[in-house]
Design a protein around this ligand. Structure first.
Ligand SMILES: [Zn+2]
Length: 213
């Protein structure tokens, strides 16, 4: 097979037009790719997943929604760019399960929220053999000869490779918290994060040695 060059961002946007994606969806691509820094196949799939989940919630980008992402790869980024669910605003939780799936729900004042879980359904990948190989991390997938075909298949598949579950998610309402001082470093942290009399940075989550201060 011939060598395939990756699509440039401009080529991708033309492809979207060809495949009949609407301007709002094209805009998701325009914003997500620079955020992620490159058009990773997982990112392109996840853009479609976030678009689908928002539609299931009848939510528009900018409305307050919450998301759980079951993989650390690619999918957290369109949740941040399109749905404004970020780690910093506590509307995005990334759970390192490794399934290519997201769950989204609207805010709830009770102790649970109903939402939708959207996932790549391997039973539906049959019509897209290159995508199937790539998704399975198969040695038969060759980036050198298949990268364009992979993207073509992702764009052609649209939502046909996704499945949806209606799910109920436990919700923890905001509680008041107290500040405490770590006995080792002297810096303040929320009291509930103390490990005995010290912070996790001086304990189980220590990740650096001071070389100058
Ligand atoms: Zn400390």
């Amino acid at each position: 097979m011939d060598h395939q060059h990756e699509y440039t961002e401009e080529e991708l946007l033309l492809k979207l037009e060809e495949f009949g994606y609407d301007p709002a969806f094209q805009d998701y691509y325009r914003r997500c790719i620079p955020f992620h820094t490159y058009p990773a196949p997982g990112l392109l799939i996840a853009i479609g997943m976030v678009d689908y989940a928002l539609e299931l919630l009848s939510a528009k980008p900018g409305e307050k929604v919450y998301a759980v992402c079951e993989t650390q790869k690619c999918a957290p980024d369109p949740l941040q760019v399109i749905a404004y669910c970020t780690v910093g605003n506590h509307r995005l939780r990334v759970v390192p399960i490794g399934r290519f799936a997201i769950t989204m729900n609207r805010p709830s004042l009770t102790n649970s929220a109903d939402g939708f879980r959207v996932y790549v359904d391997t039973k539906k990948l049959g019509p897209y053999p290159v995508l199937e190989k790539w998704f399975a991390n198969s040695p038969e997938f060759s980036k050198r000869t298949m990268v364009r075909t992979l993207v073509d298949e992702i764009l052609a598949s649209k939502r046909s490779i996704l499945s949806v579950q209606k799910v109920r998610i436990p919700v923890t309402q905001k509680v008041r918290w107290n500040s405490a001082i770590c006995k080792t470093c002297g810096e303040p942290i929320p009291e509930k994060l103390l490990e005995g009399d010290r912070c996790a940075g001086c304990g189980s989550l220590r990740y650096y040695e001071v070389i100058e201060s």
